[in-house]
Each structure stands twice: as C-alpha cells, then as structure tokens.
Design a protein. Structure first.
Length: 274
C-alpha cells in the first residue's frame, strides 16, 4: 500500500485492480497511458489515465497532474467538459477515471473531413464556447485549447445527441478576473500573441477558439511555419487572410466572427458569453 506521504491525492482509493478490468490502450501521454477499463460491478466502460509516478521527477511535474485533477473536478457538472469520476493510487500509478468519449477527437475528424460546413462549424464552436464560458465563470483558464483536446461523446459525431467535450486540463490554471498571467504555455499554432509576450488573461482562450473556427471553416491554418519559432513569429505578426478559395463559400457573418475572436488586442475580443 502507498504511504500517505507518497500520495498525490489524499482521498484517492487504492484498490483499482479490484474495481476495474483493463480492456485495451486508448493512447499515450507525457506521463503514462490512457486505457479503456470496465467497472467490474456496473460493467460500465471508462477512460482511465494511468500516470506513471516514476515519471513525475520534479515538483512541477507532480503539480501538473494535481492541478489537472483539481481543476477538472472543480468544473464538474457541465455537459461540454469531460467528467472525472474518481482517482486511485498505488506505488506505481495514479489512476484518473474519466467518462469515455467514444467519438475520438476533433483533430482526427478535421483530418478526415478536410473542413466543416458553416452550420456544423457554428454548432461545434458554440459547444466550445459553452465550455470556455463555464471555465471562465468558474475562475479557470484552459490555456491549451486545440482540436486534439475536444472529444466527441459518441462514435457517430454527426448524431444530434453527440456532444463535443473539452478535455486535458494539464496546462490549465485558476485565474482571478482582472489579473494577468505570465507563464507561457500552450501549443504554438493556437496560442495568442499576448501569451507569447507573457502578459495575458482569459481572452487568450478566445483567440485559441478563433484559430480552431478558422481551421474548421477553411481547412487551413491562420498562423503557421516550418518550425515552432516560425509559428510563434507568424502569430506575433497577427496577419492572416480570408483570400484562399475555401473562403469563397463562407458567409461574411462567419468571417466577422472569426475576425472578432482573432482581434490582436485581447480587450477588443468578445467574451465566451458574448
């Protein structure tokens, strides 16, 4: 049994293997793997992040895992945010039990489809902003919004019952409105210019959603480069266009929404509520 001083979570359980059967691997992460598991009692299936404690070699690494669980638990109850149901621990792993989203992530669907219709893009963007609104009203900034971190609840994402859910809060932080953050984090293609300059607030999340909406509507990236440095330089320039032929069938209203979310001055961007 794990000693309390070695535990990341004081109230985590220690009998994971008694409660769950592992079915297969869903994916790999920086600190471990995500596996498909079945509750032995209810036969319900879940996605479980198995965090290898041996990889958490610094306090900051441990803090990433602790913060992710604490924030996701803090945000529980919203339909567009992946729920954490429980945490378990033993000497080797932390097990984070989450609801299973069987439809895969938005990134894979974008690769397969190329781009979305204006109506579907609007529906997906609305779901994203509902999640972001809940985060911001709950004093949380996500700080790593990208297609990889939005999951479809069902295998058939075009079903009217399928929900788009926000996941992966490893880079998120608690944030007090009116204050500024300085830690640079996120994914180069999607982060706002003020994040690169290390002086930002929750409007940085709006920029990221704007980048995703641009991609969904056109199948193209607004800011890009051969290297991460080139991507950051492109973002800092703030220059993008609607000149590609894929934009010819997109309404002016949709372009205006994208442009509003990608306003260079964060104070000029709409909030998630707006």
């Amino acid at each position: 049994m794990t000693h309390m001083r070695d535990k990341l979570f004081e109230n985590s359980k220690d009998n994971f293997d008694e409660d769950f059967d592992e079915i297969g691997e869903l994916g790999k992460g920086a600190f471990g793997v995500c596996v498909l598991c079945k509750d032995r009692q209810t036969q319900q299936t879940y996605a479980v992040k198995k965090v290898l404690k041996g990889r958490l070699i610094t306090d900051s690494m441990r803090l990433v895992v602790i913060t992710e669980v604490n924030i996701q638990s803090h945000l529980k109850g919203h339909k567009n945010i992946v729920r954490i149901l429980d945490t378990y621990e033993d000497d080797e792993y932390v097990y984070i039990v989450q609801e299973l989203c069987e439809g895969g992530d938005l990134f894979d669907h974008l690769i397969a489809k190329g781009r979305y219709s204006e109506r579907d893009s609007a529906d997906l963007c609305r779901a994203m902003l509902m999640a972001v609104e809940h985060c911001h009203k709950s004093g949380v900034m996500h700080r790593d919004l990208k297609p990889d971190n939005f999951l479809f609840s069902f295998e058939e994402p075009n079903s009217k019952d399928a929900l788009l859910k926000t996941a992966d809060f490893g880079l998120s932080c608690f944030h007090t409105p009116g204050t500024r953050e300085s830690q640079p984090c996120g994914t180069p293609t999607y982060i706002a210019p003020e994040v690169i300059r290390k002086d930002y607030d929750e409007k940085a999340d709006i920029w990221s959603v704007g980048v995703i909406l641009y991609i969904m509507l056109s199948g193209k990236m607004p800011f890009y480069g051969r290297t991460d440095t080139d991507c950051l330089r492109s973002t800092l320039s703030g220059r993008y266009s609607f000149r590609h032929r894929n934009w010819e069938t997109v309404s002016d209203e949709a372009k205006e929404i994208v442009a509003a979310m990608l306003r260079y001055n964060p104070g000029d961007r709409p909030s998630a509520t707006e």
